[in-house]
Ligand binder design. Structure first.
Ligand SMILES: [Zn+2]
Length: 261
């Protein structure tokens, strides 16, 4: 059974040169389907075009990352709403709040997050969400919409146990990346992944970002790519006390149900 990467930023310029090789290497490592993250206007259009040209291997999300919230205007809102209706787009996002970098002012981030939550309600699709150092505000806003959307994944979960329990309590899914392999800032996740029910746990690379620090040999360019999802699967399986096959099977089943694959 092939793994599914729920967070691959394949529209990133670093994949332009060797896109086909990246997909071939993923296959060789047992990584089949991927959800291409849309994180900006252009990025979301590009993600959809990739999915449409992929023959069913790639799917897309449509949204604007909190880093880009200042660029979100009415035209963007209309475009994301239109893209979100495409059959290849399986979730609204990446959207959410990021108080770590604050590339966009916090009040703007909150307003833009809510507008995209509104799109998910309108089109009836799941949410693909980002939260960094913003749990309190993020959770307060999300709670108000939770009952009106079919499913929610908090992607690249990096927060603490209290935040994890809050998300599980309102029936969110959790995306785990190679952050768990970072002994400097991700060590706590090795315990926390044991608390996530198998039918709420999904795996992702967030490529080209977040190259797992335990990959050997380290690629010279430090670019993460979907083939390393198998490494993340191995580490998470070990932390949960499961076999690789068990975690592969449960995460694929969970992902297929979540994104309607
Ligand atoms: Zn993110």
């Amino acid at each position: 059974m092939d793994l599914i990467d729920i967070g691959a930023n394949l529209t990133h310029e670093s994949f332009r040169q060797d896109f086909d090789d990246v997909l071939a290497r993923a296959s060789a490592h047992g990584v089949g389907r991927m959800i291409v993250t849309g994180a900006s206007r252009e990025g979301s259009e590009h993600a959809l075009a990739m999915a449409q040209a992929s023959g069913g291997r790639l799917f897309a999300t449509a949204g604007v990352h909190p880093h880009h919230a200042v660029e979100y205007d009415d035209a963007t809102h209309a475009l994301i709403g239109q893209l979100a209706r495409a059959p290849e787009v399986r979730a609204v996002g990446e959207t959410g709040l990021d108080y770590n970098r604050n590339y966009s002012p916090r009040d703007v981030q909150r307003a833009v997050f809510e507008r995209q939550l509104g799109i998910a309600v309108e089109v009836g699709k799941p949410l693909f969400l980002h939260q960094r150092d913003a749990h309190h505000d993020f959770f307060a806003i999300l709670k108000r919409y939770r009952d009106r959307v079919p499913a929610v994944v908090v992607h690249c979960f990096t927060d603490n146990e209290e935040a994890l329990r809050d998300y599980l309590a309102i029936d969110c899914h959790i995306g785990i990346t190679g952050w768990i392999c970072d002994e400097r800032r991700g060590g706590h996740l090795r315990e926390l992944v044991k608390l996530i029910p198998a039918d709420r746990l999904m795996l992702e690379t967030d490529a080209p970002y977040l190259l797992p620090r335990t990959i050997r040999p380290m690629p010279k360019d430090r670019r993460n790519e979907p083939m390393y999802l198998s490494h993340i699967r191995d580490e998470v399986a070990r932390d949960r006390g499961e076999s690789k096959d068990e975690l592969t099977a449960s995460s694929v089943r969970t992902t297929e149900a979540f994104f309607g694959l």
